[in-house]
Write a protein of this length. Sequence first.
Length: 145
Amino acid sequence: MSTTDQPPVPNPPPVTAHCLRHPELTGMSHQQFGELTDVLLPEMELQRERILRTRRGHERLVAAGTGAKAKLTPADRILATVLHLRKLATMDLLGQLPGVTAMTISRACQEVRPLLEAHGHHVDPSTARFRTPADIAAFLTPDLT
């Protein structure tokens, strides 16, 4: 029997940001994750402005929104931190998914972790471990259809 007689193995669908918000990965329902994001987003913006003001040594001279755009949205920073605290994957793998470096994920975690702790939000580690984006896609495949 030749290998051409066997049906091709389908590739798992790509992993999107929406897929990464799956309760099996985050350890919380979509509603709980949404509520967490709603609580943390305003505080992240205040924290960011406070850090920039300290770095500049004065208030803004130009309008908000000017300058380089962040590689991760604030919601993606929260998601990356939750996934990292769940110990699902290395920072390198978590960075591959949205197309950023492990250092970007590390900075996001440094920014978000204190806010999670300030709100008393504890993220329990998962027993699942992933090495590649394909592993995550295969894990979620039954739920993606």
